[in-house]
Ligand binder design. Structure first.
Ligand SMILES: *[C@@H]1O[C@H](CO)[C@@H](O)[C@H](O)[C@H]1NC(C)=O
Ligand SMILES: *[C@@H]1O[C@H](CO)[C@@H](O)[C@H](O)[C@H]1NC(C)=O
Length: 316
């Protein structure tokens, strides 16, 4: 396609050049040197046309491979930006739950559900919690539901390990905001995919993540591999991510990438941005390695199977 365009571009340019040469010959009265200088100029011109079209061809190739679905600087509000994709067959291996099991699949992004101020409060909560321990590698998690917190090369249970002292780290208001935000995320997922919100349930793992550029020490730190949530966790039906920091200013790298057959599509994180999608293989994805800074996010997962439901966290 682009090669055809290049040939078309060359055609008129060649005749243009010929015309110019003819005109040059007719007008030539000066020295042979002046004519030679003219030819050099024409040659340079022809070369730059070729160079420009090659550059244009290569950069259009690059655009085909990676498309940005939502940029950091955009504000998607009040309605989510929705991209539908055909559902995979993954859901057929599980019991169907009318009103919840995906019938329409896709991905969506919204900045209209959680404010930047709320994201800031939740980020501070994550900072305080993760400051209690953290992974030796670049990726740490804190799960307020199960109590799991990365520590060194493994995990501890914050509720058991820190006991009542945990009340000094988190407040009742923190937990209320967390519950409220997860309810709003559930509502927007239900509305977008046309589900009954009372038939979808929070499931595990639902957790905070903190990622920086430190080398992975164990497999738990390797967050960047392409994966399918429904294959990794059979109970997942919808996955959502709430970003708590900004791509480009708090960290670089760390973009979310949907890996489609015909190209990669990225979402640039922004504090308060919620990105959500059906969990089957129609949404194979990965997170780009964080190159600089620290990236905070919350993964909020939903299932249609009541047997896999988990409850909201509560302070002991
Ligand atoms: C990443 O975070 C860990 C834990 O806070 C810290 O020890 C490490 O120095 C950080 N790495 C970089 C590159 O900032
Ligand atoms: C998407 O990106 C991966 C690397 O992350 C690359 O290997 C793959 O070829 C890309 N897909 C397409 C269709 O360009």
């Amino acid at each position: 396609m682009a090669l055809v365009r290049m040939r078309n571009m060359k055609g008129p340019n060649n005749t243009e050049i010929e015309k110019k040469i003819k005109r040059g010959n007719a007008l030539r009265q000066g020295s042979a040197w002046r004519g030679y200088r003219g030819l050099v100029a024409l040659l340079l011109f022809a070369l730059s046309v070729c160079g420009a079209s090659t550059w244009w061809y290569l950069s259009s190739l690059d655009r085909d491979v990676t498309e940005t679905l939502v940029r950091r600087g955009e504000l998607v509000s009040p309605q989510p930006r929705v991209f539908t994709v055909e559902c995979s067959e993954d859901y057929e291996n599980y019991q169907r739950y009318p009103g919840c099991t995906p019938q329409t699949c896709g991905r969506a992004v919204t900045d209209g559900v959680v404010t930047r101020e709320e994201a800031q409060v939740l980020k501070r909560l994550a900072e305080r919690g993760l400051a209690l321990a953290g992974s030796e590698g670049g990726a740490s998690i804190l799960d307020l539901h199960s109590g799991a917190l990365s520590m060194g090369r493994q995990f501890v249970n914050i509720y058991r390990y820190f006991g009542d002292d945990i009340g000094d780290v988190f407040t009742k208001e923190d937990f209320e905001l967390y519950r409220d935000v997860r309810g709003r995320i559930q509502a927007v997922v239900a509305e977008t995919f046309d589900l009954d919100p009372s038939l979808m349930y929070l499931t595990k793992p639902t957790f905070f993540s903190r990622i920086n550029s430190t080398e992975a020490q164990t497999q738990h730190d390797e967050y960047w591999h392409p994966h399918i949530d429904k294959v990794t966790y059979g109970s997942f039906d919808y996955t959502s991510l709430l970003y708590l920091s900004d791509y480009g200013s708090d960290f670089t790298g760390g973009r979310f990438i949907f890996m489609d057959q015909n190209g990669n599509r990225t979402v640039e994180p922004r504090a308060g941005r919620v990105s959500f999608f059906s969990s089957g293989s129609e949404n194979l994805h990965r997170v780009e390695k964080v190159a600089w800074g620290t990236r905070y996010a919350i993964t909020v997962s939903f299932t249609c199977d009541p047997a896999h439901a988990i409850s909201d966290p509560a302070l002991p």
